[in-house]
Design a protein around this ligand. Structure first.
Ligand code: HEM
Length: 158
């Protein structure tokens, strides 16, 4: 199994802990609801990377085929789930701006903003690959995914 499954699970646990320990829980505010849903859409797409890396590393042929078929089934929606993640996160940011405003001295907001910019490029390169499916774009898209994963981790931790 790819190490990304463990990283993804760890981040999911961090986000869940953050949400359930939120002061108003079980009642959640709109920024938190949209932040959580947007994050889940991102994680759903990012798990595909964990599946791919397992396919590359696993020895058992049957498991390889099973995972490849699973990945193929999800693939037609990949660009749409990524785009939905971006739209939902934009709503999250709208509510944050509306309720709290924006501050460059707030580390959570800085990491959030960097994650948003990263997500925009991620979605753009995802659609771009449809028109120009090059290896270079594939690598850029993958690296953007890795940096997005760490930026989101920093955003929820601080
Ligand atoms: C990919 C982009 C983003 C994702 C996936 C995301 C996700 C989340 C999640 C899951 C939470 C709830 C957990 C927590 O409190 O840590 C959250 C909270 C928060 N986010 Fe984001 N976010 C993103 C971008 C942004 C941006 C751009 C900003 C601001 C400019 C922002 C500001 C905040 C703030 C201030 C909170 C705490 C709200 C509160 O305590 O009431 N986020 N975000």
């Amino acid at each position: 199994m790819s190490k990304w499954f463990y990283w993804n699970t760890a981040l999911l646990v961090i986000v869940i802990v953050r949400v359930v320990t939120y002061f108003s829980f079980p009642k959640l505010t709109l920024p938190i609801i949209f932040g959580l849903i947007g994050f889940l859409f991102f994680l759903f797409n990012w798990t595909r990377n964990a599946v791919f890396s397992t396919i590359r590393n696993v020895d058992d042929r049957k498991t390889k085929i099973k995972l490849a078929n699973l990945s193929k089934k999800v693939m037609p929606f990949h660009r749409y789930t990524g785009t939905i993640a971006l739209v939902i996160i934009m709503i999250h940011v709208f509510f944050i701006g509306y309720w709290y405003g924006f501050s460059f001295t707030n580390i959570k907001m800085i990491f959030g903003l960097l994650a948003l910019i990263n997500l925009i490029f991620m979605v753009m390169t995802g659609w771009w690959r449809l028109m120009k499916p090059t290896g270079k774009l594939r690598r850029i898209h993958l690296r953007l995914g890795i940096s997005l994963f760490f930026l989101i981790t920093l955003h929820v931790l601080f």
